[in-house]
Design a protein around this ligand. Structure first.
Ligand code: HEM
Length: 492
């Protein structure tokens, strides 16, 4: 008969107890991860487990995302929020996910005239109907529209370049930021209402300063000042809409393609809906576009070798017949524009989307483990994180336009990447992507390229004083400085 010693039975008991405890722990862990699948992800901070990222200042969040994304392409930034930094995953998610849920960022207090504009429309049906109208207005064919050619001739060549004439041999110093903002408004109101009903901020500094103070108060003033600024802005835009509408009802009026007011009225929108949509565009452009123009001039005034080289290329074109098709044929000019877009990373709020009801399983090859995003998870990305991926853009902080040239120029250079320029362009996420990506990207690119070309065909620039501590419109941005005094000299 086999007799087991008391010790051996104790060992067996301990073994079974430890095994059972281990099994219990593993099962518990499994249950917890099934219940809370985001726990497997690297997170920006411990508090990300319990809080929403919406209250974290953008510049802090942005830094945390860049640091944490070294651990993986999906990063947890809040209880229910993740950021994706893998380019292909971003594109596929943004193509199908719907806009952020309203609880996340209610547009209520941002409504002009109590009307939603495209940007605030979260309901898919309403959004796609409005987006269809605006996609036509801002479509690529705008570059050949007689209306846009007219706007370019009158505002860009007439007001911005020719009226700023500087005699040969002399130079002037200008703080370029307000000039760019005034230009933006004149160009966009001319695009929206035709030059006849546009603002004339480039020539009327009182009107321009008034407008700027309204926008400043709208964004950061006291509640009362904000209310009154909103009211002033609404009346101002409504007046332009009414003036345009009255002219468009005359029997002599001919349909104008790529004119925002014309398209919105023709689609049957009410006056206040038209005004709300256009006012939203004007506020957006003041913020987004002027900062790109200023950044471009700032960079080319520092990198004067790059400036010389684009001017050399631009010599093949004439200012009077300047066209975007002509500019598209200049390889270095376009490489500079791409590098400007890549390196210009205004610290900006996230662009959130929502995981649909079925949830989403991120393929294993992207994260190294299968990761499930439950329904309702808020997914975002940032262009700063995508554009500073060193695997795609070696030494991402270097301003090096040649990385977009391909062939002999960049091969074997220490900053050269492995990806060909054509494919590299797919990694630019400047205008976002998918159903809610920037509807006006063709317009924005048109304005950015045309202004850059016209400026450097006529002038050379150097930065007079290179300021540090970069603040734009009271918000911290990486570039450019708020005050950019630049010396302009007429090119002979
Ligand atoms: C350099 C200039 C610009 C940049 C970098 C830019 C960038 C963006 C981005 C990233 C989005 C997507 C936001 C998201 O995914 O939630 C967006 C949306 C939008 N942008 Fe732009 N934008 C620029 C200029 C403009 C201009 C000049 C206009 C108007 C004339 C405009 C009108 C809009 C509108 C209406 C939307 C909302 C689209 C929708 O919800 O379907 N943008 N923009």
């Amino acid at each position: 008969m086999l007799v087991t010693s008391p010790n051996a039975s104790m060992e067996t008991e301990t073994f079974i107890t430890v095994g059972a405890a281990l099994l219990l722990l593993l099962s518990l862990r499994w249950i917890v991860y099934q219940r809370f699948p985001l726990l497997v992800l690297p997170r920006t901070s411990f508090s990300a487990l319990f809080k929403s990222a919406i209250d974290i200042p953008p510049e802090v969040l942005s830094r945390q995302i860049i640091d944490t994304s070294k651990k993986g392409p999906v990063v947890r930034i809040g209880t229910n929020e993740v950021v994706i930094t893998d380019n292909s995953l971003v594109r596929s998610l943004y193509a199908s996910f719907s806009k952020w849920p309203e609880w996340y960022e209610s547009p209520e207090d941002k409504l002009f005239y109590g009307q939603l504009s495209l940007f605030g429309m979260t309901h898919p049906k309403e959004h796609s109907a409005r987006r269809r109208i605006l996609s036509n207005v801002f479509s690529k064919s705008l570059r050949n529209s007689p209306h846009v050619k007219n706007v370019t001739r009158e505002i860009l060549l007439g007001r911005m370049i020719r009226e700023a004439e500087i005699p040969s041999g002399s130079s002037v110093v200008r703080n370029v930021r307000p000039v760019h903002e005034a230009f933006d408004m004149d160009f966009l109101t001319a695009f929206a209402f035709t030059p006849t009903f546009s603002t004339n901020f480039l020539n009327d500094s009182d009107e321009f300063n008034q407008f700027c103070s309204w926008v400043r108060e709208l964004r950061g003033g006291s509640p009362d000042a904000g209310k009154s600024a909103k009211c002033n802005l609404e009346n101002w835009c409504l007046e332009m809409c009414r003036a345009y509408r009255a002219a468009s009802l005359l029997p002599t009026h001919q349909t104008i393609s790529h004119c925002t007011a014309e398209a919105l009225y023709s689609a049957g929108l009410q006056e206040r809906e038209v005004a709300a949509e256009i006012l939203d565009h004007l506020i957006t452009a003041k913020k987004n576009l002027a900062v790109v123009h200023t950044y471009s001039v700032y960079m080319l005034s520092i990198y004067t070798d790059v400036q010389e080289r684009i001017r050399e290329e631009l010599r093949s074109l004439s200012l009077d017949t300047l066209s975007i098709d002509g500019l598209d044929s200049l390889p270095f000019f376009n490489a500079v524009v791409s590098e400007i877009m890549r390196t210009h990373t205004e610290v900006k709020a996230l662009t959130p989307r929502q995981v649909p009801d079925a949830g989403y399983l991120i393929p294993q090859h992207i994260t190294g483990q299968s990761t499930f995003l439950p329904a309702g998870t808020v997914v975002s990305s940032t262009r700063e994180a995508l554009h500073s991926n060193a695997d795609i853009f070696p030494q991402p902080l270097c301003f090096w336009p040649e990385r977009w040239m391909g062939s002999s120029e960049s091969v074997n250079h220490k900053l050269a990447g492995k990806i060909q320029p054509q494919e590299l362009r797919n990694h630019l996420w400047y205008f976002g992507s998918g159903t809610y990506g920037c509807v006006a990207r063709e317009y924005a690119l048109y304005e950015i390229k045309m202004l850059l070309a016209a400026t450097y065909m006529e002038f050379s620039t150097i930065v007079v004083d290179c300021p540090k501590g970069i603040v734009y419109d009271e918000r911290q941005v990486l570039f450019p400085p708020a005050e950019v005094p630049v010396r302009f000299q007429k090119v002979v």
